[in-house]
Design a protein around this ligand. Structure first.
Ligand code: SF4
Ligand SMILES: [Zn+2]
Length: 331
């Protein structure tokens, strides 16, 4: 373990976990075949991401919600609760704050049961996984005819230096890329998460890095989802932020990235802003944040590529100044 990993692991020990097994669930709008469609979101609590047990990504606070000693019975109970709440939405998102395909999080038989049951009514099910577990897809095949399984894989950055030293992602771009090919070869859809402003990058580098990453995966992804960093408890990013060594990205940068991505990628582009407009999330000056967040939503749901065109605010000058700051990525 290198020093960054030891430190991330150290910070994680400060967590106070609740043992509440009730999963979080809600219904939201998404798009399916270019139409606005209801999606059922089911956040299944598991023992947590294996990588978070090792050391974890520098911005990820999902481990705060995981239950390390959760039992199979408790997983099954959450599934029952989800079925009671499920209203037949055409899209179902099963998120574990880790990897659905990791048998230590969700036993294979439960993975199969969940997909089988939700596919009775849903046309598309979305799961998340790290690259290490993509091979396990073979254990849940076949997916019913005319149904779509979308696998969302966090890449965050296609730059190995950023992956290692800024994010502590635990894999390289080429390892991610091999796994991504495994998803596509099985005729499943691939959603790629790209992180906006990993720690130690300046605002300008963050924009460059996100767009460079988009370019490197545009040939293989069905959807690109840009995720601006939000400050989660007990993370390296929170450590830096609380010492004024990190600021979440400007919404101006998010707009720049989404617009830039639209020029290089034909598939679905999403911006998923957590804690937007707040100190712990992507924000501008406070006055224009609402308008920007609304534009991100229109861009994401309706693929409205000119959603940001008319936005103006005095804080643009301050944002442009922040782009001048000297950076981390050299050469
Ligand atoms: S970001 Fe994903 S891979 Fe990284 S620790 Fe969190 S859940 Fe695990
Ligand atoms: Zn402003």
């Amino acid at each position: 373990m290198d020093k960054l990993q030891v430190f991330c692991r150290e910070l994680r020990k400060r967590e106070k976990r609740s043992r509440e097994i009730e999963p979080r669930m809600w219904s939201e709008n998404d798009t399916l075949d270019n139409k606005i469609t209801k999606a059922f979101v089911f956040i299944l609590k598991t023992r947590g991401c294996f990588w978070a047990h090792h050391s974890g990504c520098t911005m990820c606070g999902y481990f705060n919600d995981s239950i390390p000693d959760i039992t199979e019975k408790e997983i099954a109970r959450q599934f029952e609760l989800a079925l009671q709440k499920y209203q037949g939405e055409k899209i179902v998102k099963i998120f574990t704050s880790g990897s659905f395909l990791d048998e230590r999080e969700v036993p294979t038989v439960m993975q199969r049961k969940m997909l089988e049951k939700f596919f009775e009514k849903a046309d598309k099910v979305i799961i998340e996984s790290r690259p290490e577990f993509i091979e396990n897809i073979s254990k849940i095949e076949p997916i019913p005819k005319n149904k779509v399984l979308e696998v969302a894989m966090g890449l965050e950055s296609a730059n190995d230096r950023v992956l290692k030293h800024s994010i502590n992602k635990g894999f390289t771009f080429s390892q991610w890329r091999d796994a991504a090919k495994g998803v596509i070869d099985r005729n499943m859809e691939l959603k790629t998460y790209i992180l906006v402003k990993p720690p130690f990058l300046t605002e300008a580098e963050a924009i460059k890095d996100a767009l460079h990453s988009a370019r490197k995966v545009s040939d293989i992804s069905d959807t690109l989802s840009f995720n601006p960093v939000a400050i989660h408890a007990n993370t390296l990013v929170e450590y830096l932020w609380s010492r004024k060594l990190y600021r979440p990205p400007w919404l101006w940068s998010v707009a720049e990235i989404l617009e830039g991505a639209a020029e290089i990628f034909d598939g679905q582009i999403k911006g998923d802003v957590v804690a937007g407009g707040r100190r712990r999330g992507a924000h501008n000056c406070g006055k224009c944040d609402g308008a920007f967040l609304n534009a991100v939503e229109r861009f994401t749901l309706h693929q409205e590529k000119n959603a940001f065109k008319k936005l103006k605010c005095g804080c643009r000058e301050e944002w442009l100044d922040s782009l001048e700051v000297e950076g981390f990525i050299k050469g």
